[in-house]
Design a protein around this ligand. Structure first.
Ligand SMILES: Nc1ncnc2c1ncn2[C@@H]1O[C@H](COP(=O)(O)OP(=O)(O)OP(=O)(O)O)[C@@H](O)[C@H]1O
Ligand SMILES: [Mg+2]
Length: 219
């Protein structure tokens, strides 16, 4: 089993959107997925409650209960555990980071998000966990040219000395509407740019945590 913790000190950066999309991406590719919602807002639960048909399992829990949850998940044959976390509460986030094989820091390309991310990056480093940055809600590029805000953000992210995943999630209405019915953009609009982003992102993350050979064997 591999555990992914999706974290950000800043509220609204897209943790829940990313968690649900990663959990659904894994589910749609046949993995046994559990989404652990450790945020008292229970947004991941709200989203998946609206889903019709089968989907990832979801449990409402809290940081201190994650270790027991991991043991139970292992016994039940879960192979992908995704943890949604609350914004800002360092202690709660720390539990998720400790539990994780990989932390994904979700960051928007704005000054305030970047400033807040410095502290999140510091916690991850202190806990010695592998972490990758996911840039989310970035303005779309025109003719392959990045908007100046995104260029500046990518430069600023270099200072955090954490690798940035080269697949940037853009601000797209599709991400919002998909979650209204508990579905992924991959299910709603297979030919869309959002689907391309999520498919590529999942492939990147899956290869990182499970290894290339293991991923190829499941295809
Ligand atoms: N790539 C995107 N494009 C468009 N809208 C997005 C995108 N990612 C997230 N959003 C929207 O931004 C808002 C915040 O997203 P989300 O709830 O996933 O963030 P969060 O980090 O989980 O927030 P919180 O800190 O409150 O838990 C939501 O309205 C969501 O639909
Ligand atoms: Mg959330």
């Amino acid at each position: 089993m591999r555990t992914l913790a999706v974290i950000a000190r800043k509220g609204g950066s897209g943790k829940t959107t990313l968690c649900v999309h990663l959990a659904l991406a894994a589910h749609l590719r046949g993995r046994a997925v559990l989404l652990a919602d450790t945020d008292v807002q229970r947004s991941s639960n709200q989203v998946l409650k609206g889903r019709k048909g089968d989907g990832p399992a979801l449990v409402e829990t809290s940081g201190p209960k994650l270790f027991a949850l991991q043991l139970a998940a292992l016994r039940e044959g879960v192979n992908t555990l995704v943890i949604d976390t609350p914004a800002a509460i360092e202690e709660e986030i720390s539990h998720a980071i400790v539990a994780a094989d990989l932390c994904l820091l979700v960051i928007r390309s704005t000054f305030l998000d970047l400033a807040a991310a410095i502290q999140t990056a510091e916690i991850v480093r202190r806990l010695r966990k592998p972490a990758l940055i996911v840039v989310n809600q970035a303005p779309v590029s025109r003719n392959g040219v990045e908007p100046p805000a995104v260029k500046r953000a990518l430069e600023a992210l270099l200072l955090m000395r954490l690798p940035v995943i080269p697949i940037i999630l853009r601000a797209r209405a599709g991400y919002q509407s998909a979650l209204e019915s508990g579905r992924s953009v991959e299910e709603i609009d297979p030919g869309s740019e959002a689907t391309r982003e999520i498919s590529e992102l999942w492939e990147f993350v899956e290869t990182f945590v499970f290894g290339r050979e293991s991923v190829q064997a499941t295809r």
